[in-house]
Design a protein around this ligand. Structure first.
Ligand SMILES: [Zn+2]
Length: 263
């Protein structure tokens, strides 16, 4: 995905830090806006996690509504092609599926159920349809996997969550999305040693706007940076990306579903 200018990114980063501090303060005092849903206790085997491997072999340039309520956001392509590795030219859609399969195995090993939006590269599933499939899957959360692309020197990991809410998406889900995104961001950075960029809110992501559950998109690293793309091509790094994201999900499930206390 293309990124904003450096200055804008810095400003956003500062804003995100401020928001994170505020969120922590609210969270600690139990005053997080919209956090009306109490945590419930579930066993890991009762929880399904949806994984959406970003992109697919063929793009779909038909248009679809970005948001179910807000028409002013307009329409966007159902599915764009994605980027490719500056190191070995691997397309983003192949890489995201490799990580999705590793993450699935990791989560299942921990005891969770996993719903995969796609298990093959040769599919035609637009962003809106992906969200609708996930809504029907009974999943508690969704992780959307992507690789970043912006010049040859940009590096690191970032996450995107949906701000606010619409009729598909409660305030509680929005605040949980932010927490989920921050946990998987920290999880991957801790595991791989990659730079932590930001956890940012965007309201123009079709796959998140049509989602009825907490959803976070992770840009796992920069495919446009040859050095980082080379590291990402290693199986050992891919394993670390998957285990880092899984660790973030585990932290989220402990917070909201007390999976460590379930018997
Ligand atoms: Zn992408």
């Amino acid at each position: 995905m293309r990124r904003a200018s450096k200055a804008k990114i810095k400003a956003k980063a500062l804003c995100v830090i401020c928001c994170a501090v505020l969120a922590m303060t609210f969270s600690l005092s139990g005053l997080m806006p919209g956090s009306t849903v109490k945590a419930t206790t579930l066993q890991r085997s009762e929880i399904t996690i949806a994984l959406d491997a970003g992109h697919q072999a063929k793009q779909d340039l038909r248009l679809e509504r970005i948001d179910p309520d807000n028409k002013s956001l307009g329409r966007k392509y159902k599915m764009v092609g994605g980027c490719s590795s500056a190191y070995n030219h691997m397309p983003e859609y192949k890489y995201t599926l490799i990580i999705a399969k590793k993450l699935k195995a990791d989560l299942e090993k921990r005891g969770y159920k996993v719903y995969m939006v796609r298990t093959k590269n040769n599919v035609d599933i637009g962003c809106q349809t992906r969200a609708k499939k996930i809504n029907k899957s009974g999943s508690k959360i969704c992780i959307r996997l992507h690789c970043d692309s912006y010049g040859s020197s940009a590096r690191g990991v970032s996450t995107i969550y949906k701000p606010g809410h619409n009729s598909y998406y409660s305030k509680s889900d929005a605040s949980r999305s932010k927490v989920l995104a921050s946990y998987i961001l920290s999880g991957e950075c801790k595991s791989t040693g990659f730079t932590k960029r930001y956890n940012d809110a965007r309201n123009d992501m079709t796959g998140q706007n049509w989602s009825k559950i907490p959803t976070a998109l992770i840009e796992m690293g920069f495919f446009s940076n040859r050095r980082e793309a080379k590291i990402m091509s290693r199986t050992s790094c891919q394993d670390k990306i998957a285990s880092g994201i899984a660790g973030g999900i585990e932290k989220y499930m402990k917070k909201y579903y007390h999976v460590d206390k379930a018997v």
